[in-house]
Design a protein around this ligand. Structure first.
Ligand SMILES: [Zn+2]
Length: 240
């Protein structure tokens, strides 16, 4: 994105964020108390838009590709995080994988993409991974955010819990999903030593939720919930 476009985008997001902040905060009657991470300081955020380039991730029935939703939400998390005072970086800022394109097989390129993302984590050991993905399931009635966490760092579980709780309390009151420790197939969470969570923002297989996930304003709400969840985990006594 060119610089002037990015500035315009940030100004636009600022306006929406102000409105949504008021909306989300006003609904937040009860704060979820979590153990504090980072001693009440804001962590560096490593915002990871899942997939990219030739790796599209899940594909919805209408042809929507997961990588696009992931990048849209990740960009909003990034822009809003700067407004909230975080230091943040993104693992990818465009529709491009981090893979070594000279490798001959898809599997090799996929592994090099994951290696490149892991390298970013290891270069920022103090950074907190927020990996953004979408869910898909054969039962099309399934819906709602679910957060997975790494078991390699004790700060990951309270971070996941805070994001899940904030979203349920403020955006998805019918969501009964619980946070889960990572499975072996979520490579970054399985191997990262940073505080690390993967946010499955919703189910692309659910028609209503897919329409929400494709909606810019809903994406901003999801981004706000993720960030306010991080804020709650960082400082449980905050007053906003
Ligand atoms: Zn994914």
């Amino acid at each position: 994105m060119k610089t002037y476009k990015k500035i315009l985008y940030i100004i636009f997001i600022t306006g929406i964020a102000t409105l949504i902040c008021l909306d989300v905060v006003s609904q937040n009657g009860q704060q979820v108390m979590q153990s504090s991470i980072y001693n009440n300081k804001l962590p560096l955020l490593i915002i990871d838009a899942g997939h990219g380039g030739e790796d599209g991730g899940a594909v919805a029935s209408d042809g929507t590709v997961e990588k696009e939703i992931n990048l849209n939400i990740a960009e909003q998390v990034y822009s809003l995080s700067l407004l909230l005072g975080f230091d943040s970086l993104m693992t990818r800022c465009s529709d491009d994988a981090l893979s070594d394109k000279t490798l001959s097989t898809i599997r090799e390129r996929k592994m090099s993409d994951i290696d490149a993302r892991m390298k970013i984590l290891s270069e920022h050991k103090e950074g907190c991974l927020l990996s953004i993905h979408q869910n898909q399931f054969a039962d099309r009635t399934c819906s709602g955010m679910q957060v997975f966490y790494s078991e390699n760092n004790e700060m990951s579980q309270p971070l996941a819990s805070s994001i899940q709780s904030y979203t349920i309390n403020n955006l998805q009151k019918e969501n009964t999903r619980k946070i889960k420790p990572t499975t072996d197939d979520i490579y970054m969470l399985k191997h990262a030593n940073n505080p690390a969570v993967m946010v499955e923002c919703g189910f692309m297989s659910n028609e209503n939720e897919l329409q929400n996930l494709k909606n810019q304003r809903y994406g901003t709400k999801i981004a706000m919930c993720i960030l306010f969840g991080v804020l709650d985990a960082s400082n449980p006594e905050r007053n906003i």
